[in-house]
Design a protein around this ligand. Structure first.
Ligand code: SF4
Length: 896
């Protein structure tokens, strides 16, 4: 079935999800499947995986995969074609558009999911051979503000920190980062430092997240005000005599200007508190912790980056580290936590529209250097359009041809619905992907190219600490799927650039990438992996995780900036005064709330992979909006009801979760749901397209919105072996279940409709059980076959939504007992199937009721004891904050 069933050893590879970059051992499960375990030798995770990584084996099904090249005909239908037909068509159409409209009419939209080698080839084709720099990536949505902040301060896009710094720091400040959910394995490392060494944790976030639960100090900052807080900190450090005059004098420019700018923003604790919406005592406490602790690491993520002032936020954080000389030394420094598995690799190859390859810039010298190295006939001479602007150019009809690789912009970009319509204007729309049906493909892609997926492809990725790791194949490439680098190279060859794209393997590309990084470098650029310019195929195959820099013939620098030398023209870092913080759009009477978007614990991006795992589906199965209780009361919302969240750009209908940790005046909604996985849950439709002027990163956390209740009469679920169909007007969300299809839904359709939807007929009497209570508005149907539950449909008034998890457990079982069969329609668990409650620990499937029982019976009194008793929280640990909350709630209830 797969390469592993014959392989004597597990295959070492790297997780395809977040920027932690955990090492994975892909092993055969002995039954034709694959299990993923943490690689104990990988320095990013030392054997641990989070819930998403642990469930990778459940995401490898070929169902729904794009396995053949396809072309869309004039009738809108797609038909299979040969690779040569698809590649010929792509190349000739690209050449036609370039010939008629110029290279600026062509754009590539890439992805942090691509491997470095794929990224390198796509970037080279566009910037060196087509002659346009309209190559951008979904990483623009995730960390472009960090790139811009690094380049302004350091003269290079250098992440100075390493994961080891998180072990050595005495204070870890997490700004706009829900690391407990979004970088769980790193967060466990931070927590261990707190437990074992007593490190303090400060969390700065408008929302009380799972990460905030563990913090020594939580600062619920007003949305967008981070640079005011760090400006206030800079003033405080200066006024406390903490500026390292010697260090600044030798290694930093711009202190006086940055400091006077900071004084204008937040010249005192009181002013800082007023600007940030924090209590003065809390501000003072933070300043004192930072002031008194030499070893400080400030980690930042999307809460900082996804802002119209993201670059200034990054700058204001870096300013505090530069002023105190807390950079380039163990256990200290600013640390950007990247979101995607290969956002860093994309930066290395120049996969952003405003960068050249190998961390070079759009200077005449760098354009000339890269052009000579590539022997490129047509080097792009200026920066290209960044993601949001690129899609706006498509909307205006200026870009005529677009190639999207390994990403789903119709879900993830701001104003997603409008962009879907804009894509219809393209003369040529190519998508290379793994998945047959995504919102982007369904927006009318003309050419569909089947790309190899994780487990099938071969190359490298770079994680948040600059560590390059191999992704290795352990499955055959199914159908006609091919690596992305091969697809791009074949198109390039057909466009007449064959000599420059004659790669035989990913190793060939890696060697060229390494050679370019060293080309005329001589220590002038941070990114140098020249040590691998002549790496052999076998050495590439067995390449161990390696941090860059790795220059040829020399020992790598012990640590970036340890010598106080940066990559600016005078080798000094630059401090810059941030602008006054202000979200791009003001609130109004019509749109009085701020929409904050983000990730949830057990899903990844647009769910095309993680959404296939039944284990990951149980924790947060529906698209939701978190609302503060006071806002909920003010807007007439009920917990577990529904609400329409609307902006100037679009709307979504989401399940309401009333959450005291949600800041008043803001609402939170997850980014994951698409029109493939929900009827109305695509939050990208609502997000404003405002961007940071330096980084071009969209402000995904501050869109002004309104919220209003949406009332449905009924809600329910259906589980079936064939895809179900629901009446028009039904709100639904797809959930992964083993052996079938699951939908959670809400509707106004009455009971008679559901009898029809269930498709029950009298002659099925033996196999079908139906329960109808018209008075109470209940409908339940279960269909049995071969000793198991084949299908179920449950509908109830919305205020008594039926539990789906207990029926799902029976649906997924190979066979069920008589007691279980009798209990199905009761809506309660059978006596021989314990009611474990909603899942808390996805790794070991431990439910809320089980944890509560352990607390109430005295079997466990803290998170570690719960771990010992039930295993919950002992694998990835990302449910530990939730378990802690459950314990404190139960103990409070017991005491009161
Ligand atoms: Fe994958 Fe989780 Fe590790 Fe991120 S923390 S790389 S999602 S296993």
């Amino acid at each position: 079935m797969n390469a592993l069933s014959q392989a004597p050893q597990p295959v070492r590879t790297t997780c395809p999800y977040c920027g932690v970059g955990c090492g994975v051992l892909a092993k055969s499960d002995g039954a034709g499947g694959v299990v993923a375990a943490g690689d104990p030798d990988h320095p990013a995770n030392f054997g641990r995986l989070c819930s998403k990584g642990s469930a990778l084996g459940e995401t490898l099904s070929l169902e729904g995969r794009l396995l053949q090249p396809m072309l869309r005909g004039n009738d809108g239908a797609c038909s299979q074609v040969s690779w040569s037909a698809a590649l010929d068509h792509s190349a000739s159409e690209l050449s036609r558009v370039i010939g008629r409209h110029g290279p600026g009419a062509v754009a590539f939209y890439l992805s942090g999911q691509l491997l470095t080698e794929d990224y390198y080839v796509a970037n080279k084709l566009m910037k060196g051979f087509i002659g346009s720099a309209h190559v951008d990536t979904n990483s623009r949505l995730c960390m472009a503000s960090s790139v811009a902040g690094h380049r302004r301060a350091f003269g290079s896009d250098t992440v100075p920190g390493t994961y080891e710094d998180l072990d050595l720091a005495d204070l870890i400040v997490l700004v706009g980062s829900n690391a407990a959910w979004c970088h769980p394995i790193l967060y466990q490392r931070i927590e261990r430092n707190k437990r074992e060494r007593g490190a303090k944790i400060v969390v700065i976030d408008p929302r009380r997240t799972a990460t905030a639960e563990e913090a020594d100090l939580f600062l619920p900052i007003a949305p967008g005000m981070d640079s005011a807080l760090f400006a206030g900190l800079l003033v405080h450090l200066a006024d406390s005599g903490l500026v390292n005059e010697d260090y600044v004098g030798r290694h930093v420019n711009g202190l006086a200007e940055a400091l006077s700018g900071a004084r204008r923003l937040a010249g005192s604790v009181t002013q800082t508190a007023a600007a940030t919406g924090l209590l003065p005592g809390a501000v003072e406490h933070f300043f004192e912790l930072f002031r008194e602790t030499a070893r400080v690491v400030t980690c930042f993520s999307q809460g900082v980056n996804q802002s119209a002032q993201g670059t200034d936020k990054v700058t204001s954080i870096i300013n505090c580290h530069l002023a105190t000389g807390r950079i380039g030394r163990p256990g200290m420094g600013p640390f950007s936590l990247t979101g995607q598995p290969n956002a860093m690799g994309g930066r290395e190859v120049g996969g952003l529209a405003n960068q050249l390859a190998a961390h070079m810039a759009y200077t005449p010298e760098d354009i000339d250097r890269v052009g000579r190295f590539w022997r490129a006939p047509n080097m792009a001479q200026r920066e290209g359009l960044k993601a949001v602007q690129m899609f706006e150019a498509i909307e205006r009809g200026e870009i005529k041809a677009l190639w999207v690789m390994a990403t789903n912009p119709v879900v993830s970009l701001p104003r997603a619905g409008a962009l879907a319509a804009a894509l219809k204007k393209l003369e040529l729309f190519i998508v290379s992907d793994n998945t047959l049906s995504t919102d982007t493909l369904n927006a009318g892609a003309h050419v569909l190219l089947p790309a190899a997926a994780w487990g099938e492809k071969d190359g490298t990725v770079t994680n948040s600490e600059r560590r390059m790791s191999r992704q290795r194949p352990f499955l055959p490439q199914p159908g006609e799927a091919k690596p992305d680098w091969w697809i791009v190279s074949e198109v390039a060859r057909r466009m007449g650039f064959g000599d420059a794209f004659a790669y035989r393997s990913a190793a060939d590309i890696f060697r060229e990438h390494a050679a370019l990084s060293a080309f005329e470098n001589h220590g002038s650029r941070d990114f140098d992996i020249g040590a691998f310019a002549a790496i052999g195929d076998d050495a590439y195959d067995s390449l161990a995780p390696t941090q860059w820099p790795a220059p040829a013939g020399g020992a790598p620098a012990a640590r970036f900036f340890a010598d106080g030398r940066f990559f600016t023209s005078d080798r000094k870092a630059q401090m810059i005064a941030p602008r006054p913080p202000l979200p791009a759009r003001p609130l109004s009477v019509e749109y009085p709330l701020r929409l904050n978007t983000g990730r949830i614990r057990d899903q990844w991006h647009t769910m095309t992979r993680s959404g296939l795992s039944p284990r990951l589906a149980v924790h947060s199965p529906e698209p939701f909006v978190e609302v503060n209780p006071d806002d909920a009361a003010a807007f007439g919302l009920e917990d577990a009801g529904f609400a329409r969240v609307s902006s100037l750009f679009g709307s979504a209908v989401l399940r309401v979760v009333i959450a005291p940790g949600q800041r008043r005046g803001s609402v939170f909604a997850p980014i994951h749901w698409s029109h493939e996985t929900s009827s109305h849950g695509r939050i990208g439709d609502v997000v404003a397209p405002d961007t940071d002027p330096y980084s071009g990163q969209p402000e995904a956390k501050a869109t002004p919105v309104s919220i209003a209740p949406v009332r449905f009469r009924y809600s329910g679920f259906t589980l079936s072996q064939t895809p179900p169909s629901l009446p028009d007007g039904t709100w639904w969300a797809r959930v992964a279940v083993s052996g079938g299809h699951g939908l959670l839904f809400a509707t106004d359709a009455g009971i008679e409709t559901w009898h029809e939807v269930a498709g029950c007929s009298p002659d099925e009497a033996d196999g079908v059980a139906e329960y109808i209570d018209r008075e109470r508005g209940l409908y339940r149907m279960a269909r049995f076959a071969d000793g198991g539950l084949e299908a179920a449909l449950f509908v109830a008034p919305v205020e008594i939504a039926p539990r789906w998890d207990t029926v799902k457990a029976l649906f997924e079982a190979d066979s069920i007992s008589d007691a279980q069969r009798r209990a199905v329609l009761s809506g309660r668990p059978a006596d021989d199937l314990p009611d474990t409650g909603p899942t808390v620990c996805a790794c070991f499937g431990v439910g809320l009721h089980t944890i509560r029982d352990a607390i109430l019976t005295g079997a466990a009194a803290d998170v570690d004891e719960i771990g010992k008793a039930l295993r919950a929280g002992t694998n990835c640990g990302s449910c530990r904050p939730e378990i802690k909350k459950i314990i404190s709630n139960e103990l409070l209830a017991k005491a009161g």
